[in-house]
Design a protein around this ligand. Structure first.
Ligand code: ASP
Ligand code: MG
Length: 428
């Protein structure tokens, strides 16, 4: 059994959805996870924002436009009149849900319901199209098996049990279609795995079912060795270890959701990144193998804030350190990078939600410097301390760039640095 996830761009037009159907319709057993068609979740987010603000005119305009788009899509995709009717009825039914929200109260629970419609419709359309092609397939509803617990952590045991029950209801079926991104939470409300979460869905399904492989299909040919938006002539990396891929995803490589490696690593399920526009290309294989080829790839994460805390000696050094961690934990704020020496601790983070509260509390214990508009550059590969020349090469390459932080040694797979965003392109 394979799990194959196709992103919004891969199913973003009638032609592309038809093309994906040709990629999945062979007889090998698989579960196909789809995102909402390109742009839909953004559009739904805008509708939700208008609903929050009771901007009813904008809501009407946006819902009408989206509804029209999907009906056009179904008309272009399907030729069989009976199936077309069924598909359009399904779309109208989904939009009925959206129209209801214009009349009732609107909270973050309803917001999740609004966002869920994109994946529900894209998967239904694929299901109808496969039926038109006479390819036996079953549409599974992710709400029946995908669940997160009270801390928003996926409940892998529940997912496994419910998925196995669902599959057992359809003996002889080799092709299942389901929604990425959407789930139920611990209170049985509609919820989601956060933007870009379809990759995570695929990885959770693959892990729950001990799949042979988890395939993430996008519109580029794998994880590149540098950021293609900043550097020309980048090329796909053929192999990455789980750790390397996780670091790259965490530090900015957009192709993969950073959470989706952890479940796969847990049960050692290989993850393959493939390009739906070029299906025969090798892509990137992520597995538990660690190559010796020392530096694999470089990624960058923007919108980073650099904060330096210098102790005012109100607390002894070990209490000072623990205070800093405690206050970050109290506000559920994750430092992306951290360095320390004697009396100073520097933190880089991209989470500014509670930053002013954190700084206000820590002001009693430290002098604080803050610098905005920073980037983290992460150099990823096999960085065992026995591979002696790697760090020297990195530092040498960056000799003309002012470095705010350098982090090395927490992990055998990366060296991370903080630079000003204006120095990022050159550093990359
Ligand atoms: N449709 C969701 C989003 O746009 C989930 C995903 O595409 O992975 O964020
Ligand atoms: Mg995505």
């Amino acid at each position: 059994m394979k799990v194959c996830k196709f992103g919004g761009t891969s199913v973003g037009t009638v032609e592309r959805m038809k093309h994906v159907a040709t990629l999945i319709k062979d007889a090998t057993p698989k579960i196909v996870v789809l995102s909402a068609t390109a742009g839909t979740t953004n559009h739904l987010e805008e509708i939700a924002a208008n609903l929050f603000n009771r901007e009813i005119e904008q809501v009407h305009d946006r819902i009408t436009r989206l509804e029209f788009q999907f009906i056009e899509f179904a008309n272009g995709l399907l030729t069989d009149e009976k199936l077309k009717r069924e598909a359009i009825d399904y779309i109208l039914d989904r939009f009925q849900q959206l129209w209801k929200f214009t009349k009732n109260s609107f909270t973050s629970v309803e917001e999740k319901e609004v966002l869920a419609q994109g994946e529900l419709i894209s998967t239904a359309l694929m299901h109808f199209y496969l039926r038109e092609l006479k390819v036996p397939n079953v549409l599974l509803c992710a709400f029946d098996f995908m669940r997160i617990g009270p801390d928003n952590e996926p409940d892998l045991e529940y997912i496994e049990q419910k998925l196995r029950e669902q599959l057992a209801c359809h003996p002889g079926i080799n092709l299942f279609i389901t929604q990425g991104f959407i789930c139920k939470n611990a209170y049985n409300e509609t919820d989601n795995l956060k933007r870009g979460g379809s990759d995570y869905t695929a990885s959770l399904i693959g892990t729950a079912l001990q799949a042979d492989e988890i395939q993430i299909w996008t519109d580029i040919d794998g994880m590149h060795n540098n950021d293609p938006r900043e550097v020309s002539g980048t090329r796909p990396v053929k192999r990455l270890s789980f750790n390397e891929a996780e670091q790259l995803a965490f530090y900015g490589a957009k192709i993969l959701h950073p959470f989706c490696i952890a479940p796969a690593r847990l049960r050692n399920i290989p993850v393959r990144l493939l390009n739906s526009m070029e299906p025969s290309a090798e892509g990137t294989l992520i597995s538990n193998l660690q190559d010796d080829n020392i530096i694999k790839a470089i990624a960058a994460k923007d919108h980073i804030i650099y904060i330096k805390f210098e102790s005012n000696h109100n607390l002894c050094p070990y209490l000072f350190i623990s205070k800093i961690f405690d206050i970050f934990a109290k506000y559920k704020t994750m430092p992306c990078l951290l360095t320390s020496s004697n009396d100073n601790i520097s933190v880089a983070t991209d989470d500014r939600n509670f930053l002013s509260l954190i700084l206000r509390e820590l002001n009693k214990y430290a002098r604080i410097w803050v610098e905005d508009k920073m980037s983290i550059i992460s150099v990823v590969g096999n960085m065992k301390s026995s591979c002696i020349e790697t760090e020297a090469r990195i530092m040498d390459a960056l000799r003309n760039i002012p470095l705010k932080m350098i982090s090395y040694g927490s992990d055998e797979n990366d060296v991370s640095l903080v630079v000003k965003v204006t120095d990022k392109a050159e550093a990359l």
